[in-house]
Design a protein around this ligand. Structure first.
Ligand code: F6P
Length: 551
C-alpha cells in the first residue's frame, strides 16, 4: 500500500490558512458579500460542456477560492488526476486502476492498464452492445416463441441499478416508446412481482447486471426471473432468448445458465458506481439507441477533458469539489441537498447518493489512519417544486446549514403553454431562481415589520438567509448534457477524496452487513429452538420475526 498523500491534512499550512479565514470571515452574510462586490453574480460563475455553474451564492470570496486552490495544489490534485487518467492503481485497498474515463474515451485514444491499451476492448463491447440493441429495437431479436421483445427488465442493485434507472428516467424523452422498461433491485420479492405482473414472458428480455455476479439480491431476483420465464415458456432453451448478462465474471454467468455469447463484459477497473457508461448501460442503449448512447459518452468525455485540462479557477468539478470541502470542513455543513428542477432528473439525487456516499463515506486515510476531520457529506434531494412544499422549510428557517445544488434547464423537452402565453416551465424556473435568492438573502426583521406584521409574529416570519447554493443550468436535457452532469459530480467526488486523502473507490463498509445477513438468513429458516448467540436485542428480533411469520 502506498503512503498517504495527506500525512497531516489538518496540520498543513493551507488547511490552517483556511481555518483562520473561516474564523475571521466565514460568518459574513451573503447580503454583505453581494453588497461589497455587486458583480459577483457574473464573476463567480464558470461554464463548460454546456453547463453554466453559478457559485456566487456560496459563502466564498476570492480569497476563499484562492486558499481552496492552494489546498488542492498542496494535496497534489493535478498529480492524482493524472494518475487516475493514466491508469495508476489509485484504488489502493483493492490494488485496482480507476478508469471509468476510459469507458468514454474515443476509439483512437490509448489508455494502458498493466501495459495493455484497454480502449479497443471498450469499443469492441460498445459495438456488440450496439448490434444487440439494434436487433432488439428493430424487432429482429425474437423471443423463444417468435414474438418480438416489448419489455426490458434490468435486474441489478447499487451501481448495476441506480445508473441505469436514473439514465432511463432522465432520457425517457429520447427512448423508444414501444419498449417498456422496468428495473428490479430490491431483494424484497415485491419489487420483482410488481415489475413483472403485467408483462408477458414471451415478450420480455431480462438484463442481469452484476459486476461480480455474486450479489445476493441480484442472483435471487435473477432466479425468480428464470422461474417466471420457464413457468410460462416451459423450455430451458428459452433462457438464451430472454436473458442477457452484464458482468466482469464470465464463470459465474455461465454457472447461472446464461450463455456467455449473450454476455457483455466490463473490467475490474470500473467501479460499480462509475459504471453506467459501461455495458451496465445496456438498458440505456436499448432505450435511446446506440447514437443516443454515443452522445451520452461524448458528454462524459467532454467533461473529462475539461476536468483534466482547465485551470482550477474555471474547472467545474474542481470548484464544486472544493466548495464542498469549504462547506463541510470549514462551515460545518453535513449534507448537500440536490434539487433538480427538471422532472426527468427525478432519480438523480438517488443516483448521486451512491456515487458520493459510497465513494467518500470513509473514516481512514489511504494508509489506514483515522481521519480527524469530516469526510463525505450526506447527499439527498427531490425534484423541485415538490421539495418546496415539504422539507424546504427546514432549509430556510431551521438550525442547520444545508448547501443546495439547484439544477435546471432553459428549454423543456415538452412545452405546456399557459393561458397568458408563457409556459409552465417558466413557472418551474421562477421557483428555482426564487429559492436560491430567498435562501441567500432571506428577509430581515425590519423588512417583516415594514409589512405591518404583528410584533409577536416577526421572529416567525423572518428568514435569516445566508444559506449557500450553487445553480447549474443547461440549455436542454440531452444525452450529452446528462453525461457532462454525471461526470461533473464524479470528478467533484474525486477532488474531495484527494483532499481528504481517502480511497474513494473501495466500499468495505458494505461487507459486514452482507456477512451478518447471510448468517441471519440461515437462522431465520432454522427451527425456532435452535441456539441463538447474538446480543439480546438481535436474538429477540429473530424470535419475534419467526413468531410473526409462523403465527
Ligand atoms: O453495495 C456494494 C456494491 O458492491 C456496490 O458497490 C455495487 O454497485 C453493488 O454492490 C452491486 O454489485 P454488483 O454489480 O457486483 O452486483
Amino acid at each position: 500500500m502506498t503512503s498517504s498523500p495527506n500525512p497531516e491534512l489538518t496540520q498543513r499550512p493551507e488547511w490552517q490558512a483556511l481555518r483562520a479565514h473561516a474564523e475571521a470571515k466565514g460568518q459574513r452574510h451573503l447580503r454583505e458579500l453581494f453588497a461589497a462586490d455587486p458583480s459577483r453574480g457574473e464573476r463567480l460563475t464558470a461554464e463548460a460542456v454546456g453547463l453554466y455553474m453559478d457559485f456566487s451564492k456560496q459563502r466564498v470570496d476570492d480569497e476563499t477560492l484562492h486558499l481552496l486552490r492552494q489546498l488542492a495544489e498542496a494535496c497534489d490534485l493535478a498529480g492524482r488526476t493524472a494518475a487516475m487518467f493514466d491508469g495508476a492503481k489509485i484504488n489502493v485497498t483493492e490494488d485496482r486502476a480507476v478508469l471509468h474515463t476510459a469507458l468514454r474515451a474515443p476509439a483512437h485514444a490509448k489508455v494502458e492498464v498493466d501495459g495493455e491499451n484497454v480502449v479497443p476492448d471498450v469499443h469492441a463491447v460498445l459495438e456488440r452492445m450496439a448490434a444487440f440493441a439494434d436487433k432488439v429495437r428493430s424487432g429482429a431479436w425474437l423471443g423463444h416463441t417468435g414474438q418480438r421483445i416489448r419489455n426490458v427488465v434490468n435486474i441489478g442493485i447499487g451501481g448495476s441499478d441506480l445508473g441505469p434507472v436514473m439514465a432511463y428516467e432522465a432520457l425517457r424523452h429520447y427512448s423508444q416508446r414501444e419498449l417498456t422498461f422496468r428495473f428490479v433491485s430490491n431483494v424484497d420479492g415485491i419489487d420483482f412481482v410488481e415489475a413483472t405482473h403485467d408483462l408477458d414472458p414471451a415478450e420480455t428480455l431480462f438484463i442481469v447486471c452484476s459486476k461480480t455476479f455474486t450479489t445476493l439480491e441480484t442472483l435471487a431476483n435473477a432466479q425468480a426471473a428464470r422461474r417466471w420465464c420457464l413457468a410460462a415458456l416451459e423450455d430451458e432453451a428459452a433462457i438464451a432468448r430472454h436473458f442477457v448478462a452484464v458482468s466482469t465474471n464470465e464463470k459465474e454467468v455461465a454457472k447461472f445458465g446464461i450463455d456467455t455469447a449473450n454476455m457483455f463484459g466490463f473490467w475490474d477497473w470500473v467501479g460499480g458506481r462509475y459504471s453506467m457508461d459501461s455495458a451496465i448501460g445496456l438498458s440505456t442503449m436499448l432505450a435511446i439507441g446506440p447514437d443516443g448512447f454515443s452522445d451520452l459518452l461524448a458528454g462524459f468525455h467532454a467533461m473529462d477533458e475539461h476536468f483534466r485540462s482547465a485551470p482550477l479557477e474555471r474547472n467545474l468539478p474542481a470548484l464544486m469539489g472544493l466548495i464542498g470541502i469549504w462547506n463541510t470542513n470549514f462551515l460545518g455543513a453535513e449534507t448537500v441537498a440536490v434539487l433538480p428542477y427538471e422532472q426527468y432528473l427525478k432519480r438523480f439525487p438517488a443516483y448521486l447518493q451512491q456515487l458520493t456516499m459510497e465513494s467518500n463515506g470513509k473514516g481512514v486515510t489511504l494508509d489506514g489512519r483515522r481521519v480527524d476531520y469530516a469526510t463525505g457529506a450526506i447527499y439527498w434531494g427531490e425534484p423541485g417544486t415538490n421539495g418546496q412544499h415539504s422539507f424546504y422549510q427546514l432549509i430556510h428557517q431551521g438550525t442547520r446549514l444545508i448547501p443546495c445544488d439547484f439544477i435546471g434547464v432553459g428549454r423543456p423537452l415538452s412545452a405546456l403553454p399557459l393561458p397568458d402565453g408563457s409556459d409552465q416551465h417558466d413557472l418551474l424556473m421562477a421557483n428555482l431562481i426564487a429559492q436560491g435568492e430567498a435562501l441567500a438573502f432571506g428577509k430581515t426583521a425590519e423588512e417583516v415589520r415594514a409589512e405591518g406584521v404583528a410584533e409577536a409574529l416577526v421572529p416567525h416570519k423572518t428568514f435569516p438567509g445566508n444559506r449557500p447554493s450553487t445553480t447549474i443550468l443547461a440549455e436542454r436535457l440531452t444525452p450529452h448534457v446528462l453525461g457532462a452532469l454525471v461526470a461533473l459530480y464524479e470528478h467533484a467526488t474525486f477532488v474531495q477524496g484527494v483532499v481528504w486523502g481517502i480511497d474513494s473507490f473501495d466500499q468495505w463498509g458494505v461487507e459486514l452487513g452482507k456477512v451478518l445477513a447471510k448468517r441471519t438468513a440461515a437462522e431465520l429458516t432454522a427451527s425456532s429452538d435452535a441456539e441463538l448467540a447474538h446480543d439480546s436485542s438481535t436474538n429477540a428480533l429473530i424470535r419475534r420475526y419467526r413468531q410473526l411469520r409462523d403465527g
